[in-house]
Design a protein around this ligand. Structure first.
Ligand code: IPD
Ligand code: CA
Length: 306
């Protein structure tokens, strides 16, 4: 018989306690939990092999925290210019190498796509990693930077982990299973009134055309909101929307590794991620409009109204 969602959550919590992922040379095998965690209809509904996703979520959490600890304890880094208005540090590179090695030695059959080392699309399962989302915050000593790890199966984003070392917050989401922050279930805000909403945004520091488009609509959006924020980390914006600290977030032309993990977490917390236009798939284009769901259309109107 299919388990009820609260049973699933209880079992997931039990699973977290018993399988703290010790060394993870081998992914943990937990067959006796499988039926109670994932009712029969779930794999059918989402077309996902949950057994492998549970193992990988556990691995992703462990690796994200270890990478975050490396970042927090290492302020002796070197920053250099990567492209126009674009900086990278040796910690971005070291962390990505660490994450890549940890993930692929546990799951050698997987592919990998990271901000610093690139990657390919050829694998059925693929990790999508930003070792530091919010590199400029990291360089400046501002707290809003994070490690972002997502996993995609057959082209579908199925899990996301985002770790913010400065606040020691680990956000996680698994397709069809909800989202958590430090193990506690999180949900989007219930705000339905745009004039009371606080929404975060960002504009490209690399592409002047995209920057101009965001700048052009800012006054009309700001007029309708209670207030706006700019944290400088897309993954953080998405997680903050997922746990209700923000009511929404928008940005144009960002990269898959910036938003993949955050998008899973937000959707699993009850939020919505689309493109700016009604027909647009934001996950494909990187033009992201994210919200608690209730405000989505109102926010879209405010953004796209000429
Ligand atoms: C950046 C951050 C920022 C967003 C940029 C991204 P990075 O990621 O997510 O919020 O405005 O578009 O590139 O470069 O720090 O990994
Ligand atoms: Ca980055």
């Amino acid at each position: 018989m299919a388990a009820r969602p609260d049973e699933c959550n209880r079992t997931l919590r039990r699973l977290e306690t018993v399988s703290r992922c010790p060394a993870l040379k081998q992914p943990p095998h937990l067959p006796f939990f499988y039926d109670s965690i994932f009712p029969a209809e779930l794999p059918e509904k989402y077309g996902v092999n949950y057994m492998t996703i549970v193992e990988r979520e556990c691995l992703a959490r462990k690796v994200a925290k270890e990478a975050g600890a490396m970042l927090k304890s290492n302020r002796d880094f070197h920053a250099r210019i990567k492209g126009e208005h674009d900086f990278v540090t040796d910690m971005d590179e070291k962390c990505e190498a660490f994450i890549r090695n940890a993930l692929l030695s546990a799951c050698p059959e997987d592919g990998f796509f990271g901000e610093e080392s690139g990657g390919s699309k050829e694998h059925i399962g693929r990790w999508i990693v930003d070792p530091i989302d919010g590199t400029m915050n990291f360089i400046k000593g501002l707290p809003n930077y994070c490690v972002s790890i997502a996993y995609e199966q057959d082209g579908q984003l199925v899990l996301g982990c985002v770790y913010l070392p400065e606040t020691d917050e680990l956000f996680s989401g698994m397709l069809g299973q909800g989202a958590t922050c430090n193990g506690k279930a999180i949900h989007v805000s219930g705000e339905r009134d745009l004039s009371r909403a606080v929404v975060s945004m960002s504009f490209s520091h690399r592409d002047p055309k995209l920057r101009a488009r965001v700048m052009r609509v800012l006054p009309q959006v700001a007029d309708r909101l209670n207030d706006m924020r700019r944290f400088g980390s897309a993954a953080t914006d998405l997680c903050y929307t997922a746990c209700g600290r923000l009511d929404g977030y928008f940005e144009l032309g960002i990269h898959l590794y910036d938003y993949a993990a955050g998008a899973v977490i937000l959707r699993e917390a009850g939020g919505v991620v689309t493109g700016w236009d009604a027909w647009e798939d934001g996950i494909a284009t990187g033009n992201i409009l994210a919200s608690n769901g209730h405000l989505h259309e109102a926010l879209r109107c405010a953004l796209t109204e000429k």
